[in-house]
Design a binder for this molecule. Structure first.
Ligand SMILES: Nc1ncnc2c1ncn2[C@@H]1O[C@H](COP(=O)(O)OP(=O)(O)O)[C@@H](O)[C@H]1O
Ligand SMILES: [Mg+2]
Length: 401
């Protein structure tokens, strides 16, 4: 919709041909509206089918006549519905119908042209305001999308550049974890030697100067912590790359139950000795999907479920077939989420996890993946009770429009 082509369309339905000239003269010649008139309900329905009418005026002798028409056009909720009425028989009933929204405005006889015009302008004004609001929102969304897309390209580039240095830092740290204790052991062995007292006291002094006891205790721990940091970094880079990757769409027939099993294996460190995993797998046919991405979704949801359980608890995974779809429910007995959190969880970078624990990308990636499979992901959650994520996937991509 563009403002250049903005047109407000008014349709008068007047079986008595009484207001045709008035409506036509006012709206067609003195305003930028398009006025149309017809003299039967059937014609009106035909026009509504083919024309984006904004306002409809129906001329009725009384409210009973009017309402039978308006009841039939309830399928057009955007339409401003106006009753031009000769005589109201039962005011109470008339206003109760209006309160129920069967029509929006009315004019009773005798009314002057100016009343009609004022009423129409009020509606046009409202319509223009809504149109403008919609337009502003669309523009904001457009600017936001542009920003996100530029940001996304930058992110993918940065993630790619950071991957190599992160990988060698990580592998060097793992080597250091192995080698440094050997060096300390070597020093321990030297300490068992009988050294001349002069040299021994010099070494003792040096050990004191460099705070050797502290180093011996802290260095392995420092390496350990740094390695954890690079683990985390690697994960974020992987998430980022996945999030902004423009993948080739490679769909294949895959076993979803087996995919869940392998996802559970990958993340076993998250739940071992702490969380009971219940697998309630139903029979599933093979599903046409990009199984690498679907695995990523399962991993994200399962890790989230484990994170939500602070101590001990249960994670239950149910799968079943429903007509041309499969459904996967992943439930946990964790902390749950208030509605204010639930509303935001699919947004990129939204996380409630402290420090560097969460990247806030897991669910937005998952949502993107499931949508690309023409599926649906939904959440139900209760604070302190737990959360269930439900995924519905079509079995065959071609069956879904
Ligand atoms: N199973 C769950 N139980 C409670 N909260 C959850 C659960 N899954 C996701 N969340 C909430 O959604 C947020 C976003 O999740 P996600 O996109 O995976 O990012 P991250 O896990 O990195 O924080 C989490 O920080 C958490 O607040
Ligand atoms: Mg997550």
């Amino acid at each position: 919709m563009t403002f250049k082509n903005y047109k407000y369309i008014i349709l008068l339905v007047d079986p008595f041909n009484e207001f045709n000239n008035l409506v036509y003269n006012f709206f067609q010649t003195t305003t930028s509206c398009n006025a149309m008139t017809c003299d039967s309900q059937n014609n009106a329905f035909q026009i509504l089918e083919s024309t984006p009418v904004n306002m409809i005026l129906f001329h009725a002798e009384n409210e009973v006549q009017g309402i039978s028409f308006f009841e039939q056009i309830q399928a057009y909720p955007e339409l401003q519905k106006v009753m031009l009425i000769d005589k109201v028989l039962d005011k109470k009933l008339f206003f109760s119908w209006m309160n129920d929204g069967l029509f929006n405005k009315f004019l009773t006889k005798p009314f002057q042209d100016i009343h009609l015009l004022l009423m129409a302008f009020e509606s046009i004004n409202e319509h223009l305001k809504n149109t403008l609001d919609e337009r502003i929102k669309m523009e904001e969304q457009f600017v936001h999308n542009e920003k996100m897309s530029t940001l996304g390209q930058m992110m993918a580039g940065i993630a790619h550049e950071l991957k190599n240095p992160t990988t060698f830092i990580h592998s060097n740290l793992n080597n250091l974890k192995k080698f440094v204790p050997n060096l300390f052991q070597l020093i321990d062995r030297y300490e068992q030697l009988d050294l001349p007292s002069e040299i021994a006291s010099e070494i003792d002094q040096f050990k004191e100067d460099i705070n050797y006891a502290y180093l011996k205790e802290r260095v392995p721990r420092m390496i350990e912590r740094t390695a954890e940091g690079t683990d985390r970094l690697k994960k974020i880079l992987l998430d980022l790359k996945l999030f902004y990757r423009k993948d080739a769409q490679s769909f294949e027939m895959a076993d979803i139950n087996a995919a869940i099993e392998s996802s559970l294996n990958i993340i076993s460190h998250e739940y071992k000795d702490r969380i009971t995993i219940n697998k309630e797998f139903g029979y599933l046919p093979e599903v046409e999907c990009n199984i690498t991405k679907i695995n990523q979704v399962f991993v994200n949801l399962l890790i989230n479920a484990c994170h939500a359980i602070s101590d001990i608890g249960e994670v239950t995974i149910c799968t079943c077939e429903m007509d041309d779809r499969v459904q996967i429910d992943i439930s946990d007995t964790g902390c749950g989420m208030p509605e204010s959190v639930q509303k935001q969880i699919f947004q990129p970078f939204y996380t409630t996890k402290p420090g560097t624990l969460g990247s806030g990308l897991g669910l937005s990636i998952s949502n993107k993946v499931i949508k690309a499979h023409k599926g649906r992901i939904t959440v139900k959650s209760q604070v302190d009770k737990g959360t269930t994520f439900t995924i519905v996937l079509p079995i065959k991509q071609s069956d879904i429009n």
